[in-house]
Design a protein around this ligand. Sequence first.
Ligand SMILES: Cc1cc2nc3c(=O)[nH]c(=O)nc-3n(C[C@H](O)[C@H](O)[C@H](O)COP(=O)(O)O)c2cc1C
Length: 174
Amino acid sequence: MHFEKFSWEELCPLAFQALGTTGGLLLVTQGKEHAATNVMTIGWVSFGVVWGRPVACVLVRPSRFTHVLLEETLLFTINVPPTHLRKAVEECGKYSGRTMNKFTHCALTPVYLGGFPVPSIAECVATVQCAVVEKTRVEPSTLVPLIQETYYPQGDYHTIYFGEIQASWKRVEP
Ligand SMILES: Cc1cc2nc3c(=O)[nH]c(=O)nc-3n(C[C@H](O)[C@H](O)[C@H](O)COP(=O)(O)O)c2cc1C
């Protein structure tokens, strides 16, 4: 098994298919001050072109350990799980990297691709490497009340990270 580069446009249908079959994608971050590599499930993501660049947007609540690590490096990878990783998707969305190593717990293997300093996940079918070019907080005063009441009863408003896509890779079986 190895990874080959492919276009981010080709990654999109795989990502949305995985959201349907496993319920999420796997967001990997790595700290600087915190010597930790972490994986967290995300359900909300968008891919597109902003500022003339390919960009992936992810929404991370400040309460997540992922938020701490992301603020230290402003780099992340998004990994597309195959259907058989459904359990890992569930567990990475339930437990925090503050209290356990989810790579070990879920038998996931970090793999560094093309010199990017944050790893991808070897068991995933595709991965995209991103560098944050903008971040902003969800702003309560401009949010429609229905979304405010449904998703933010406790506050913890997401930070939205705009990650410029540096490279996309797909797993190739021998
Ligand atoms: C299907 C699913 C989707 C999720 N999507 C997000 C998301 O987009 N943003 C977010 O902040 N948390 C999301 N979560 C919650 C985090 O994955 C969860 O709180 C996780 O334990 C945080 O891990 P961490 O503390 O190691 O960062 C999701 C959870 C699940 C199960």
